[in-house]
Design a protein around this ligand. Sequence first.
Ligand code: ZN
Ligand code: ZN
Length: 135
Amino acid sequence: MDLANCPRCGRLFARHFRDICQNCYAEIEKEYEVCTEYLRKNKGATITVLSEETGVSIKQITRFIKEGRISLYNAPNLSYPCEVCGVLIREGNMCGNCLNRLRAEVQNATAGSDRHEGPLSRRTYQIGDRLRDKE
Ligand SMILES: [Zn+2]
Ligand SMILES: [Zn+2]
């Protein structure tokens, strides 16, 4: 049996089908229903209002959106935070600013790769690590 600690509540559970325990799975399904129900009645809700009114965390709502379970198409004011700076966006993982900055840093790091590792390329790696941590 494949036992693991649930990343959401920390309890030990048998990992068969999911990465989280049955309890958390049921809770998330409930949160999903509350969110979609609220959005059905309030199509113009923003993520802040949705989170406040339903008690579901912005992080979880963001996950629903990224999983494609909550569609932005039907919710014109709904957006989610950029993974780096937290500015609200409607597509991708990062806002345009952060994307440009990351691209520029990667480019600089690649251009300087003949030389020994400068502080710039190290910083790029750190940004990469930070993004992975949030997964
Ligand atoms: Zn759990
Ligand atoms: Zn950003």
